[in-house]
Design a protein around this ligand. Structure first.
Ligand code: ADP
Length: 281
């Protein structure tokens, strides 16, 4: 058992049977410590994550086709950006493949919705991060009826099929849906309006979106219910406490990387011979 966790994070955040509308967004499932401890652990576990990621990268350089893809979903202010900065920020950027998905461009709209996603999939050895993803096509698209139901409804099965292919090709998916309460969102939006260093994060439409909160919860519930599979389960992350969210995602990534049982790639040269040549040079 990982220190200071009563159950493994993969158990604590499992989506199975969970009612998202009833989620205690300020809870810290599985973690037995407080904020201070979480912050200390984040540094320590960030180092462990960084070593594992370096091994993944090293193996990728040696031809290993496996990769890990963190998929982050969450409503505005849920803290996706903070995860990228504080969790992914602790590893070597050379091995990170980050992609953010906003409103589709004109070119993207001319293609199938998975077109832009396929293009952004991590190559062997990479730690991929999706800030939003193909799931927007069953979230914002469903909530705002951007396409008719007959078009978005089959997407759940299509996404499961797509992710099965990804898994077969060596991509380990870590799917995390982050939730803050409506009140916590208000607090975070207010901060964006009160601090000059946060204006850049504010989008007036974020306030309009608050009216659709129940519809989003419903869409998130359907997403989790219909696309949580054995190979690519959803983790539902209460995110009012940023310190918890960041530590939990760090642990999820460590778990995914440990399961790959990575070792340092062996030398493809004669070490003794190279040492001898070095001495003589
Ligand atoms: P963020 O709000 O995460 O900082 P952006 O402002 O660049 O990022 O874009 C995010 C917006 O793009 C969100 O409102 C999201 O719902 C929207 N979006 C993402 N994918 C799609 C999609 N497939 N169709 C319509 N809107 C989308």
């Amino acid at each position: 058992m990982v220190k200071h966790w009563s159950v493994p994070v993969t158990e604590a955040l499992k989506a199975d049977g969970l009612r998202i509308a009833e989620l205690a967004t300020s809870s810290t499932p599985g973690f037995t410590g407080d904020k201070k401890l979480a912050q200390e652990l984040l540094t320590e576990r960030g180092k462990a994550l960084s070593v594992l990621q370096e091994k993944l990268y090293a193996n990728g350089r040696s031809g290993d086709r496996r990769s890990v893809l963190l998929v982050l979903q969450g409503m505005d202010t849920a803290g996706k950006g903070g995860i990228v900065r504080h969790v992914i920020g602790s590893v070597d950027p050379q091995g990170v493949d980050h992609a953010a998905f906003g409103v589709p461009t004109e070119e993207e709209r001319r293609h199938h919705y998975l077109w832009r996603i396929r293009k952004a999939l991590p190559r062997g050895g990479q730690l991929g991060v999706f800030d939003r993803s193909h799931y927007e096509d069953v979230l914002v698209v469903r909530v705002h009826e951007l396409v008719p139901r007959a078009e978005w409804e089959p997407r759940y099965d299509e996404i499961n099929q797509f992710e099965r292919e990804m898994t077969r090709e060596g991509i380990t998916l870590v799917k995390v849906a982050m939730f803050v309460s409506l009140d916590e969102q208000k607090k975070r939006l207010r901060q964006r309006l009160e601090r000059q260093d946060k204006y850049w994060k504010f989008n007036p439409s974020d306030i309009d979106e608050r009216a659709y909160w129940p519809a989003y919860l419903e869409a998130y519930q359907a997403m989790v219910d219909r696309t949580s599979t054995a190979d690519a389960p959803w983790y539902v992350l209460p995110a009012d406490h940023k310190w918890y969210a960041r530590l939990a995602v760090t642990e999820l990534l460590i778990d995914a990387l440990e399961k790959l049982k990575l070792d340092w790639p062996p030398a493809n040269f004669d070490v003794a011979e190279e040492l001898r040549r070095l001495d003589q040079s």
